[in-house]
Design a protein around this ligand. Structure first.
Ligand SMILES: *[C@@H]1O[C@H](CO)[C@@H](O)[C@H](O)[C@H]1NC(C)=O
Ligand SMILES: *[C@@H]1O[C@H](CO)[C@@H](O)[C@H](O)[C@H]1NC(C)=O
Length: 378
């Protein structure tokens, strides 16, 4: 006997929401006449997963830990001559492929264009924000079950209208999620089905009625310190916005916690660059090693009574950092649809980051800019 259409729909809905948490026989009751298994070719795990896991679909956005690439556009690779100012070995598209869902970057005003520049455009210029957003939009088009978050540091305090025209130009505004006041954050599934699955935080902008999806960062997020120069330096203290008072007060106000977990190597008080020397320890999911990502997250979770919603790391392929987020999300070893780039976590990369190679990839002008501006790295 063929099941009626509503009945089939109900079975599919059940499969979608519970295929991975219910024993198989629940999916094919004796009177159904059909068997739907998780192996069904109609519904692949990829289709039923949200952010790489079926278990995350019913979680609210604020119950998920979103692993993020700090300075995602600033690469230490052939495109920058292995600049020591670079924070990542692999670009934002590859970060998304590997399961990261938060991309942070810094922008500056270069002759009227919003440009991805690291501290100054002389130091490291990764091109116009609009081009980068267009690539992220392309990735989101191809990956309709993924909720992505952007966090932009607004180096020259450009206004929401300027960002708005760049987002529109890239076509990514169509995914822009607008929170609805008092209702808290929706589930990933709901953001995916409404196709409003890009959350954009920008530091130092005013909320804009014309571009309501451009969210002033510190109206929604609080951060731990970001200028850490040793593995012992990571803690869970509120750094920004200072006006929130304390982590407890910030959580009470509904601000989502962002744990910064990257360290700088300091050449002097004023000169710092991303530290690759300790990166395998820094990004380790270990919950017992001092300075490790896993331990830092666990410490914050116990101090705050809730886990970090956002985490930012450098050189995300090391660790790999995503493992710590999977642990926090309870989906370790159960994810689908990720790919890791060739050479990820490679030890060959490490040598380019030593202090001795300090001038690799830096012309004289950029070196001078670097020395003058390094205090501002964040
Ligand atoms: C990352 O690199 C890949 C492969 O080279 C390229 O196709 C993609 O457009 C790049 N993404 C970004 C954001 O630059
Ligand atoms: C956390 O780290 C920041 C930055 O290093 C420091 O200023 C602050 O005092 C630390 N907090 C605690 C509780 O140690």
């Amino acid at each position: 006997m063929l099941p009626s259409l509503p009945r089939l729909a109900a079975s599919l809905a059940l499969l979608t929401s519970t295929a991975y948490s219910l024993p198989r026989n629940v999916l094919s009751g004796p009177d159904e006449g059909i068997t739907l298994s998780p192996q069904s070719s109609i519904l692949s795990a990829r289709d039923t997963a949200c952010n790489n896991s079926p278990d995350l679909c019913s979680k609210s956005y604020s119950q998920v830990t979103h692993m993020g690439a700090h300075d995602a556009a600033f690469l230490r690779d052939a495109s920058t001559d292995n600049s020591i100012a670079g924070n990542q070995y692999f670009n934002a598209t590859l970060a998304l492929d590997a399961g990261l869902r938060l991309l942070q970057a810094q922008v500056h005003n270069k002759n009227g264009v919003i440009e991805l520049c690291h501290t100054t455009c002389d130091l490291l210029d990764a091109g116009p924000l609009e081009d980068w957003l267009a690539k992220i939009k392309g990735w989101m088009d191809a990956n309709p079950n993924e909720v992505v978050t952007l966090l932009l540091v607004n180096g020259d305090n450009q206004d929401a209208a300027s960002f708005g025209s760049v987002f529109t130009g890239a076509g990514i505004d169509k995914y822009g999620f607008v929170p609805t006041g008092t209702q808290g954050w929706p589930t990933l599934r709901s953001m995916i089905s409404s196709n409003k699955r890009l959350v954009t935080f920008i530091a130092s902008i005013e909320a804009s009625q014309a571009h309501p999806y451009l969210l002033p960062e510190f109206a929604h997020v609080f951060e731990t310190p970001y200028e850490v120069t040793s593995l012992a330096g990571f803690n869970c203290t509120l750094d920004r916005p200072q006006s929130a008072g304390s982590t407890g007060a910030a959580l009470q106000q509904g601000l989502l916690p962002l744990m910064n977990h990257f360290s700088y190597q300091a050449l002097s008080d004023a000169i710092m660059f991303p530290n690759v020397g300790d990166i395998d320890t820094t990004n380790s999911p270990s919950t017992t090693t001092a300075g490790a990502l896993g331990k830092h997250a666990q410490t914050c979770q116990s101090q705050w009574g809730s886990k970090p919603v956002f985490v930012l790391v450098d050189f995300w392929d090391h660790g790999p950092a995503i493992e710590a987020a999977d642990k926090l999300n309870g989906i370790e070893g159960k994810t689908v649809g990720r790919t890791t780039p060739a050479g990820a976590g490679g030890s060959n990369k490490k040598s380019t980051g030593s202090t001795n190679a300090g001038t690799v990839g830096m012309g004289r002008a950029s070196l001078v800019a670097f020395f003058m501006a390094a205090v501002m790295l964040f």
